[in-house]
Ligand binder design. Structure first.
Ligand SMILES: [Zn+2]
Length: 447
């Protein structure tokens, strides 16, 4: 993972947020290649979840919401991490995570008493990660919502609004608008990609646990008790989506939750085997019953019942949710593509074997020699032509071998070389990233 993080920094995929000020933990900025990769992942996600599905629509809701939304969703009351403080140096740790490290299972759904009993019994063997002493306070729940003062002009912070703790709430809030305007019938799905913010005490593992991140969610609205079949289908589809974009099967698994929140029927995670971190969640697939809409009906006072246009049956639809961390997907695709290869001459090359659809740059165009104006001119023409349809890069710097290595490292599937033969018969030398084999083709044949 350290190598991958270094590559991200060196080649402009991802940088620490506010880098020139020393950086802020849990915040990352995507550089040029990272932004391209991120956008390609989101485009593939949209293609699969919206474009290819007749009964799915996509929305983009405001990040700030009426604060009651977060009361209804349970985030104000219960969206908390259990923390304990070192009495010696005041460092704070996540109690559930520290227990996990010594093989004691604890999670955020346990009651305060249950958790503290476990914590007191076991924390005598847990050293403070900062000062190394063992002297812990009682575990206390710490709310993860990030507050702001939008619309509060008193400067006192008395009526905070919240940044989204999860992106999906916008879908529930617009469920009625969608039904009223989109000629859509249950069962139907709504997709949204949006930002979420959490006051993580210990952001860690690069893009894996951040304070600001992006989520790609779908909510599928079904008739009550007609959840089981579509749930299985959605679960399989989401799993296959990763495989279809090149994730190796041995690095992906489905894992069922052992502890369910009280309203949930079923919950699974799609886990990726991250280098250094091991298997962990990339996407959650949740069978949530009618909880979300019922809560918003209760707190908003608006009737969110659905009336079947044919049978006139009235009900609150049940919801099947898929919720993926976009940064986690990004990291999984990057990690799976990252390859170190030994070449015939003993040298090594770093290659990102990204699926062509995800690769930031599709074609890199080179003139064979920088100092031959006729080659450069022709290469510029090829570059301009290809750029109409694809994200391309022009490079005339250094020898051809070095240019190939630079493109390999960012995952460019094809390098296109304009050489002397091009001037004679119009063919281009096209070199494949993975096989390093070359073929000669006409410009029109590319892509
Ligand atoms: Zn300490």
């Amino acid at each position: 993972m350290e190598d991958i993080i270094n590559l991200c920094k060196r080649r402009g995929f991802v940088w620490q947020g506010s880098d020139i000020y020393g950086g802020v933990a849990g915040l990352y900025d995507f550089g040029p290649y990272g932004t391209l990769l991120l956008n390609n992942i989101k485009a593939e996600w949209r293609r699969s979840n919206v474009q290819l599905k007749e009964n799915y629509v996509e929305i983009d809701s405001a990040m700030f919401k009426e604060p009651k939304v977060w009361v209804a969703s349970g985030h104000v009351g219960g969206f908390s991490d259990p923390l304990s403080e070192c009495r010696v140096c005041h460092a704070r740790v996540r109690v559930d995570k520290e227990l996990g490290k010594i093989g004691v299972e604890a999670d955020e759904k346990m009651s305060d008493t249950e958790l503290n009993t476990l914590w007191e019994v076991n924390n005598k063997s847990i050293k403070c990660p900062v000062c190394g002493k063992i002297d812990w306070t009682r575990a206390r729940m710490f709310n993860l919502l990030v507050k702001s003062n939008l619309g509060d002009f008193t400067d006192k912070g008395e009526s905070p609004v919240y940044l989204p703790g999860e992106a999906c709430q916008g879908i529930y809030l617009n469920y009625k608008n969608i039904i009223d305007t989109c000629r859509i019938k249950v069962p139907f799905g709504v997709a949204q990609i949006g930002k979420a913010f959490r006051n993580e005490i210990s952001p860690r593992n690069f893009l894996f646990r951040c304070r600001e991140f992006e989520q790609a969610d779908t909510q599928y609205f079904v008739k009550p008790h007609e959840n089981e079949k579509p749930y299985q289908k959605i679960k399989q589809e989401r799993f296959d989506w990763y495989l279809g974009l090149g994730i190796r099967k041995e690095n992906l698994r489905l894992k069922q939750h052992t502890h369910l929140v009280f309203y949930a029927n079923d919950a699974w995670d799609i886990e990726y085997n991250f280098p250094s971190y091991g298997f962990d969640e990339v996407e959650g697939i949740h069978d949530r019953t009618d909880y979300d809409l019922t809560q918003h009906m209760k707190y908003s006072g608006v009737d969110l019942n659905y009336v079947d246009p044919v049978t006139k049956e009235k009900y609150i639809p049940w919801i099947l949710e898929t919720s993926a961390g976009v940064g986690r997907m990004f990291l999984a695709f990057l990690a799976d593509a990252y390859t170190l290869e030994e070449l015939a001459d003993g040298a090594t090359r770093t290659v990102l074997k990204l699926d062509e659809r995800l690769a930031p740059i599709k074609f890199a165009v080179f003139p064979l020699l920088k100092n031959k104006p006729e080659l450069v001119k022709k290469a510029r023409e090829v570059y301009a032509k290809l750029s109409e349809k694809f994200v391309c890069e022009f490079d005339d710097n250094g020898n051809i071998g070095k240019r190939y290595r630079r493109q390999d490292e960012i995952g460019t599937p094809k390098c296109v070389v304009v050489d002397f033969q091009t001037l004679e018969d119009g063919t281009l030398a096209v070199r494949d990233r993975d096989t390093m084999a070359q073929v000669r083709v006409q410009l029109e044949e590319l892509g």
